[in-house]
Design a protein around this ligand. Structure first.
Ligand SMILES: NC(=O)c1ccc[n+]([C@@H]2O[C@H](COP(=O)([O-])OP(=O)(O)OC[C@H]3O[C@@H](n4cnc5c(N)ncnc54)[C@H](O)[C@@H]3O)[C@@H](O)[C@H]2O)c1
Ligand SMILES: [Zn+2]
Length: 382
């Protein structure tokens, strides 16, 4: 009788490489070009339209660079896609990337080189990972949030059914190249947005880093380079460590610690139809979750005040009219539960570096937390 069942471990090793530099297309290009497998590869540059408009010199320079390195790269025509959340809301963006991949003969050994904010990285990365069941990706993140969080993530996706990231896949890029010089043109709001994620990951994993952010927040808000770059690198490293060393890179477990503050942030982004940017919504979400830990008797108002104060120093607005109706926000809990697969696990923080999970969140505690959040925010603003 022959065996009728088979089982074994699949080993699928991946390297997750993140490189920082000041000028990825000058002498520092060696830092990332050596990561490309030997041989000549077809490469399709895809640019975030908002970044392209703000940095008109970048695209021709990148194209000239790939042409000058023609022993390594065979450049396809650059595609420019709309920047911002539109890239994830409009299915045409994914379609246009798939069309370019097809028309430009991008195969599984070719590269899509993505220049953009977190939204464009998510949407174009998604298209690249479904074409031919995955073509290779180089990421060149162009926002603070993309450099310190989104570009490090191994999630790619777009919004669907009026929900964030409903359609998506996990895949690991060949390299993430964080070039600080690309950040110079960010608006004040987009500059600030990356630092709520830095606060988030510090609260979860590194009390010393949280203290450092408390000290440096004003300098970072002024865009002082040493403090800003240090904070971006550390946030990227903490996100990277979680993925590479945390034991659950593709989120098979239900718990999703890096989504601290996100159940309400994702809901707020939707309720405000994108008027709140992701990082701005995360700042409010962190405040609400800090208040929730107090509401549940697991943390102290002192901790809540520290969280709100550091976010306030970065310049975040921590209240929003959408918080008037807690029942609208509460829907975010149900959506998060559904997204996790039916069982709710919310990671909260009791004090910097100390987190805990809860498995239920009733309406009374959520509305109590929102009220607690808003009343402490009012004391910050006087
Ligand atoms: N995949 C992940 O793990 C992960 C993690 C965190 C966040 N995200 C996603 O990232 C997105 C938010 O990303 P974001 O904060 O980078 O915002 P964004 O991508 O929406 O970009 C913000 C704006 O800045 C413009 N822009 C980009 N670079 C610029 C530059 N250098 N100069 C001037 N303008 C520039 C864009 O065109 C856009 O209008 C959300 O969709 C969020 O869900 C994904
Ligand atoms: Zn986020």
């Amino acid at each position: 009788m022959s065996a009728r069942s088979f089982q074994g471990e699949l080993q699928i090793p991946r390297r997750h490489v993140v490189v920082f530099c000041d000028d990825a297309f000058g002498p520092q290009s060696e830092r990332w070009i050596d990561l490309i497998p030997d041989g000549r590869h077809r490469i399709l540059p895809v640019f975030d339209g908002g970044f392209d408009a703000a940095h008109p010199a970048c695209r021709p320079r990148v194209e000239a660079f790939f042409d000058a390195h023609s022993t390594r790269f065979d450049r396809a025509s650059t595609l420019v896609v709309p920047g911002g959340e539109m890239a994830k809301n409009d299915p045409q963006v994914v379609e246009s990337v798939l069309a370019s991949i097809h028309a430009e003969n991008i195969c599984r050994q070719s590269f899509v080189a993505i220049f953009g904010g977190g939204a464009v990285l998510d949407a174009v990365g998604f298209a690249a990972s479904i074409a031919h069941r995955g073509v290779k990706v180089l990421r060149f993140p162009t926002t603070t949030l993309a450099q310190d969080d989104a570009g490090i993530g191994v999630k790619n996706g777009v919004n669907h059914h009026n929900e964030k990231n409903w359609r998506g896949v996990f895949s690991v890029p060949t390299a993430v190249v964080n070039d600080f010089s690309l950040l110079a043109t960010l608006s004040a709001r987009d500059w600030r947005s990356g630092f709520s994620e830095a606060v988030k990951v510090a609260l979860l994993k590194d009390a010393g880093e949280f203290e450092r952010l408390e000290q440096d927040a004003e300098a970072i808000a002024r865009r002082s380079e040493p403090e800003s770059q240090r904070a971006i690198v550390r946030s990227a490293e903490l996100h990277w460590q979680h993925i590479v060393e945390g034991g659950d890179p593709f989120e098979d477990e239900i718990a999703r610690p890096l989504d601290y503050g996100h159940w309400s942030a994702h809901r707020l982004e939707r309720l405000t139809q994108g008027e709140l940017k992701h990082g701005e919504a995360v700042a409010i979400g962190l405040g609400i979750d800090a208040a929730l830990a107090v509401e549940l008797g697991r943390s102290t108002p002192d901790f809540q005040r520290r969280v709100l104060s550091v976010l306030h120093k970065f310049g975040f607005t921590l209240d929003h009219p959408q918080l008037d109706d807690p029942s609208e926000l509460f829907v975010g809990i149900e959506q998060f539960r559904a997204h996790l697969g039916g069982a709710l696990v919310l990671t909260l923080v009791a004090e910097p570096g100390v987190s805990f999970d809860i498995h239920d969140a009733d309406f009374a505690s959520i509305s109590g937390a929102i009220e607690r959040h808003r009343s402490m925010v009012r004391t910050l603003q006087v």
